[in-house]
Design a protein. Structure first.
Lengths: 307, 307
DNA sequence: ACTCCTTACGGAGCACGTAACTATA
DNA sequence: TATAGTTACGTGCTCCGTAAGGAGT
């Protein structure tokens, strides 16, 4: 058994059991990958693949198990290579982050600015995706870690660290009647058409249940995955926005006004998560530190101060 | 990086950083292993070994990390091979057990008898050792699992399952005055010279603290790692034996008599432990089941009935 | 007809063994 | 001097690529 055979197995699965495609991704010809797979099956003495004639269409039970172990083995290889890189190219390398739009635009910039100052030689790569995609990315080691508010805490293969807590603000065009509501309550907010995050993003579901428990039916006229879209439609006059507080900036949004809603809506925790068996290089650990540190400096509510 | 290079690394460490010896164990010549190690270092770009001239005398920090990952990688390879074996040679294979003398002689025979009936094709290999050695054996995958009373529960890389609980009996030659003591108490036992298990074996330390807490100083004239030795010296008239209850059998020991001490000495739990990332073949799982099951059938106290 | 996988075959590269050299104890 | 490790070099194996053949869509 060779690592290269396991590599082919993983690539095969990731290419939807298309040997040709897998080979391309590995910069090999089909026949090479085909041989790897045949060799594996021969050595193990078991069918690993379900076939339709010559075509591979899936894995057998044994194949699933082997694939699982193959992934682990390749992850370990990466760890070993990272140990090497850490000593050779100390302070330089690649940092691959997966995150949502909101984090990427409104939270990470400050963190990344500080990080770049400490590690100017580290190349950054930000992958944007849905929370589900972010889990997938970090589980398959296509990013070093993912940062977002949902999903991350629940996966057993991930180590998830709470970074900071946040809540929501209401935004509206200056002069909008909602801004004059006193006191501002959930009931009153429900009298206006609302624009907020799509289910599965940025704590939207969490918020929804809060309304439901209060017996309220908010009139959500539009949902979006990212804050900029919400702002855009608030500016269009389509309604009142409910966004993460850190996504409002008086400089960038001089035409909008906010009201803090943290006393009436649930607090959210943003997590950073990485694969629990992953070797973390020094700069990767530092980045996580900064994530917590920077938020603290900015005066946002840090987790440890709560509870 | 190739698995074979990692194999050489692990073999090197296990042979005390003697390349020649490592090569022999791998059925290779020195130069081959030497090259593997050189290749690894070159690919990682880092010193992995501390050297004294040409001789390797230990690992650098990086080397330690790589070794650790190498072990994991090789364990995964074994898992994959086991998946294959499970499907090819179903019901046959090798079962490597590590255990202490007492378990091997007085508990396992019945389990193994039942196991052999179900899996006559599985070869058995029993490795005897101290609890510390048993941990080492199972951590380095030189046995499939270890069975004993100490140590196993405390290692994070092991999955330890409580099998059954037991306590001690006193044994003495027929007619020995201790057998007439009524009621039999810890104090009275302390009036006789005692023979029991060596510290670190079969719950000896646990028992010792019980005496100490009662303010008693037992007169232990001899300790031994296994029960047969204890019986031998009891027969010599050297003193009174304190042994695991299951180690007495009226058939084998017609010249000895016992008194149950379970009301005055602490209960012990015997564990079976295997490496937590290990793939368990069907017959290996079955064996663990049997361990619990057989003890129940024999009327011994099963864990779940307690507490 | 096109795509996809397998098999056969050849060349380049590499892994291991032999052996000579170097260094440690 | 004996033991241990590195380096050089040759041979045989193997890995990948080319190419031809069969199987599915």
């Amino acid at each position: 058994m060779e690592l290269r055979q396991l590599t082919s197995l993983v690539a095969l699965e990731e290419s939807g059991f298309n040997v040709t495609l897998a080979a391309k991704q590995l910069f090999l010809v089909q026949s090479a990958v085909s041989q790897h797979l045949a060799q594996l099956e021969q050595e193990l003495g078991t069918q690993l693949f379900m076939r339709k004639g010559k075509r591979l269409i899936g894995l057998t039970a044994a194949g699933e198990q082997v694939l699982n172990y193959a992934r682990q083995a390749l992850a370990i290889r990466e760890n070993i290579l990272d140990v090497g890189r850490e000593h050779v190219e100390e302070g330089s390398g690649l940092l691959r982050i997966g995150t949502t739009h909101t984090q990427a635009c409104y939270v990470l910039p400050a963190v990344i600015r500080a990080f770049r100052k400490q590690f100017p030689q580290v190349n950054l790569q930000i992958n944007q995706g849905t929370p589900q995609q972010l889990v997938e990315l970090v589980v398959t080691d296509r990013v070093d870690f993912s940062i977002c508010t949902e999903e991350l805490g629940e996966h057993s293969t991930l180590t998830a660290i709470p970074c900071y807590r946040w809540n929501r603000s209401l935004i509206a065009l200056k002069g909008h009647p909602v801004l004059s509501e006193k006191p501002l309550s959930l009931e009153r907010i429900c009298n206006y058409p609302l624009i907020t995050y799509t289910f599965g993003f940025t704590g939207a579901n969490h918020m929804q249940t809060t309304f439901a428990r209060a017996g309220l039916q908010p009139n959500v006229v539009l949902t979006a995955a990212d804050t900029d879209v919400i702002k855009t439609y608030v500016r269009e006059g389509m309604g009142v926005g409910l966004i993460a507080s850190m996504a409002y900036s008086p400089d960038l949004d001089p035409d909008l006004e906010t009201r803090d809603l943290s006393h009436m809506l649930p607090w959210e925790t943003t997590w950073v998560a990485y694969h629990k068996d992953k070797y973390l290089r020094r700069y990767q650990k530092r980045f996580i530190d900064l994530l917590e540190q920077m938020i603290l400096d900015n005066g946002a509510t840090k987790l440890t101060e709560e509870s």
